[in-house]
Ligand binder design. Sequence first.
Ligand code: SAM
Length: 274
Amino acid sequence: MVVKGIQASVDGRIMASADYSKSGSRIQAEEAGDLDTGILSRGAEELGLSLTTSMLERFQDFHRELADWNTRMNLTSITAWGDVQTKHFLDSLSVVQATGKGFLETAKLIDIGSGGGFPGVPLKIVFPGSSATLVESTRKKAAFLSHLVEALALEDVHILSDRAETLAQRSDLREAFDLVLCRAVARLPIVVELTLPYCRIGGLVVVHKGSDAEEELAASRTALKKLGGIFKEIRRVDLSGLSDDRYLIVFEKVSDSPAEYPRRPGMPAKRPLS
Ligand code: SAM
């Protein structure tokens, strides 16, 4: 394990604490990364997850890197520590409600359209025995992900900067994953075409969706059938810190996705399967 990045950030936090006690300034401490992780720890407990000190440190470092890079590029509109804990970290970890803990402990997962690293990176932090592949077509965002993985000293994380439509034709990626994740990328019929080709038979696709979940699900029947998936469940994410409607839609892969899918880049969105 590369310890350098973590060591540096721990040193940074120790200095920050000293500054904090001298000045009494909460803002100074927050800027330096000495953050209260109560919301995250309690929320994780609600999900049945017990976060260690080193996991909590990684989440603090994650937030610091996200906020820093976000000043130079558009990674997220959510940057306040309280909101990041609920709307990014806990929302990502809610995947455990669909899969169970055991499945995630050794899962080979892929996150399609990972952006700032959600939901793949929070899951990798909490389930270090998993293997994570993050697909992100925007090169600058992929550069952030590479930097993040190094800063958090995460092992067995692979960043691929290309379109999901293109990468799905690679033989080492096609039908090679236990779990395919996708949050906030496109409407569900499009997501079905972009995700199912990566899933092994018997594996799961878990998609985060908002209040339109039921309507999008109804529109996805044809795509699901063509791509070799079946609908397993829709689960409302029930977390005290999350007030808006959030759902996880779960599909199971039951037969091969025909080689013609996904269609060439842009086609799934231009002409969603119906
Ligand atoms: N999943 C992250 C989240 O929930 O915060 C990021 C969501 S962001 C709104 C959607 C991301 O998907 C963008 O970073 C975009 O570049 C990426 N994306 C969209 N279509 C893609 C495709 N076909 N292949 C790879 N990445 C894609």
